[in-house]
Design a protein around this ligand. Structure first.
Ligand SMILES: NC(=O)c1ccc[n+]([C@@H]2O[C@H](COP(=O)([O-])OP(=O)(O)OC[C@H]3O[C@@H](n4cnc5c(N)ncnc54)[C@H](OP(=O)(O)O)[C@@H]3O)[C@@H](O)[C@H]2O)c1
Length: 265
């Protein structure tokens, strides 16, 4: 399988590193295309992949073309590239908000869309994968093999990618925000930065691992550690009084609405 990445940014690098490590593809079957010479050289040296300055040359003979540029540059990139693709190429897009219909633009191209997230950089990504109109089961399996090299993947309908964006796409930033607040509070309460950071990271990671290892809903695990009149109960009462659940719900609805808006632009 020959695979070409258009745009050698953070996400491309994460997927390439994971796919090579898990032997999903061979280094000499991977081509990256990027306008920055320094970036191309970096990718070539770090991973032994081929690199091209010219997008059209990069996609010649590719079985899979991964679109990994920012959505804003997509029209410019695609305008000159679409006619260069082999009609048999599978197009995997990780661009937020650009629909498979826009990418196929009335052609017979098979398109699969992916909404990844940044923990892919450390092999803990969570991706939603959606099948475009003409994509096949085999196209979905190829995309899954790629994305599962950097974490877990879940199949969804394309319109559900807005919800995936609001949950796992933007989710890492919600948790960074929460951790930022927890670390700041812990410092106010007397811990030094390094201690607060370590305890916070392990608490968030440990709680996620505990939930993953359990069959129970988060609410059950929460109730188990919330004894009446105890410290956790005091904190949860404050969350409830300040309507934290409503704030989280409103924030996720804003992300969802913004994702829909971006798809219209
Ligand atoms: N990061 C995330 O959490 C995340 C989550 C979900 C989806 N995505 C999507 O993934 C895509 C890539 O994100 P990223 O974080 O990897 O972005 P990024 O690091 O900015 O990568 C984009 C790369 O494409 C290059 N590029 C720009 N114009 C190009 C052109 N005409 N031809 C070829 N390459 C070109 C850029 O080069 P220059 O730097 O020189 O411009 C850059 O190296 C985006 O569409 C984003 O919406 C990202």
């Amino acid at each position: 399988m020959k695979i070409t990445f258009i745009g050698a940014g953070n996400m491309s690098e994460a997927i390439i590193a994971g796919a090579l490590k898990k032997a999903v593809v061979a280094a000499d079957a991977v081509t990256v295309s990027d306008p920055l010479e320094e970036r191309r050289n970096q990718m070539q040296h770090a991973y032994g992949v081929r690199s091209e300055e010219d997008n059209a040359r990069a996609v010649a003979n590719a079985d899979v073309v991964v679109l990994a540029v920012k959505p804003q540059v997509f029209p410019q990139v695609w305008g000159s590239l679409q006619s260069e693709l082999s009609p048999n190429s599978l197009v995997v897009s990780i661009m937020a908000g650009v629909t498979s219909e826009t990418i196929a633009a009335g052609s017979d191209l098979r398109v699969v869309r992916v909404m990844p997230n940044t923990p892919s950089l450390v092999g803990r990504g969570a991706s939603g994968i959606a099948q475009g109109a003409l994509a096949t089961e085999s196209d979905m399996e190829i995309t899954e093999r790629l994305m599962q090299a950097v974490g877990v993947s879940v199949r969804v309908q394309e319109e559900q990618l807005h919800a995936v964006t609001a949950l796992s796409g933007s989710g890492p930033a919600y948790l960074f925000y929460l951790m930022e607040a927890m670390i700041d509070s812990a410092k106010e309460l007397g811990l030094d930065e390094a201690t607060a950071r370590l305890l916070c990271i392990e608490t968030v990671g440990g709680a996620a691992d505990l939930l993953a290892a359990s069959e129970e809903a988060p609410v059950e695990l929460r109730k188990r550690v919330t004894s009446k009149g105890g410290t956790t109960a005091a904190a949860i009462q404050t969350f409830d009084e300040q309507a934290l659940k409503e704030v989280i719900s409103a924030a996720m609805k804003s992300a969802f609405a913004r994702s829909q808006e971006l798809a219209q632009e």
